[in-house]
Ligand binder design. Structure first.
Ligand SMILES: Nc1ncnc2c1ncn2[C@@H]1O[C@H](COP(=O)(O)OP(=O)(O)OP(=O)(O)O)[C@@H](O)[C@H]1O
Length: 269
């Protein structure tokens, strides 16, 4: 369904607004005329086959890839305005990447690095408590002092989510959190995301199938060759959702694209 300009809502209470977005990274169109609104507090799944454009779309949402045409706004501010965007309200968890050599940082250090602003770290007095809270949110409070390279893939994914959560984002964007992890980890992740959704966090999650996250998703958008081919409530959509049919109210979240520094000496962790 196309957003028509005469009814599109773009205000500070709108988390995500995508208008006629096309992306071309030099190899031909990757996204073609995408329109999307994400209501405040809702959980949206982006589905589609390999190469359909899901990751490119979430990267475009946070300005990591430029639009060829169209625009993306977060909280009523165009992403192209960079500094004016309230990045502190947006949490982004990229697709899992293997670090080489393996990252020796502890879970606590990785999560703490989520407080980086530019090149500066502003931990503040309550930072260690926030690290603990974020790790507790993903069920890893008791692993804070362990090196993440000893963690399983699913546990590493949860640490990265905790890293995104430390600033208490209003909008959390997660790219394929379920890939390559066992069912117990998937269920643990689903429970964390359900708690966040219940607390009002807006969630955009890239998935190959709804699977364990089905119960918390109230809208699923399917991409095919860079276009939206399906957009609606999945069969398992939560029914206690008064705003579900009103996609003109939104809200949003924080971003960090910084390497994890060695924080041990710096913060005597
Ligand atoms: N930096 C880039 N330069 C050129 N083409 C790219 C670039 N990044 C992605 N693509 C192409 O864009 C298309 C969509 O890729 P994207 O990663 O967005 O798909 P996806 O739906 O997330 O796939 P997957 O499910 O495999 O992660 C693919 O054909 C890919 O080769």
């Amino acid at each position: 369904m196309r957003c028509r300009r005469h009814w599109v809502v773009n205000s500070p209470t709108t988390a995500v607004l995508v208008e006629d977005l096309s992306v071309d990274l030099g190899t031909g169109p990757i996204l073609d005329g995408i329109d999307l609104q994400v209501p405040d507090g809702r959980a949206l799944a982006l589905l589609g086959a390999n190469g359909s454009g899901k990751t490119t779309l979430v990267k475009a949402l946070i300005g990591l890839v430029p639009p060829a045409s169209g625009r993306v706004s977060l909280y009523g501010t165009e992403v192209s305005a960079r500094r004016a965007v309230p990045w502190s309200r947006i949490g982004y968890v990229p697709q899992r990447v293997n670090t080489s050599p393996p990252m020796a940082a502890t879970a606590e250090e990785v999560v703490l690095s989520g407080l980086l602003t530019g090149r500066r770290l502003r931990p503040g007095p309550g930072s260690r408590g926030r690290v603990r809270d974020a790790l507790a949110e993903v069920g890893l409070a008791d692993r804070a002092g362990e090196s993440v390279h000893l963690f399983s893939g699913g546990q590493q994914q949860r640490v990265l989510i905790a890293r995104a959560l430390i600033r208490k984002p209003d909008l959390l964007i997660i790219d394929e959190p379920l890939s390559g992890i066992d069912r117990a980890s998937k269920l643990a992740l689903a429970a964390s995301l359900q708690r966040l959704r219940s607390a009002g966090t807006t969630i955009i999650v890239v998935l190959h199938e709804l699977a364990e996250l089905g119960p918390l998703i109230d809208r699923a958008v399917t991409l095919d060759q860079g276009r939206v081919i399906q957009d609606g409530a999945p069969p398992s959509a939560p029914s206690d959702d008064p705003g579900h049919h009103h996609p003109d109210t939104l809200q949003g979240a924080f971003i960090h694209r910084h390497p994890v520094p060695d924080l041990r000496a710096r913060w005597r962790l």
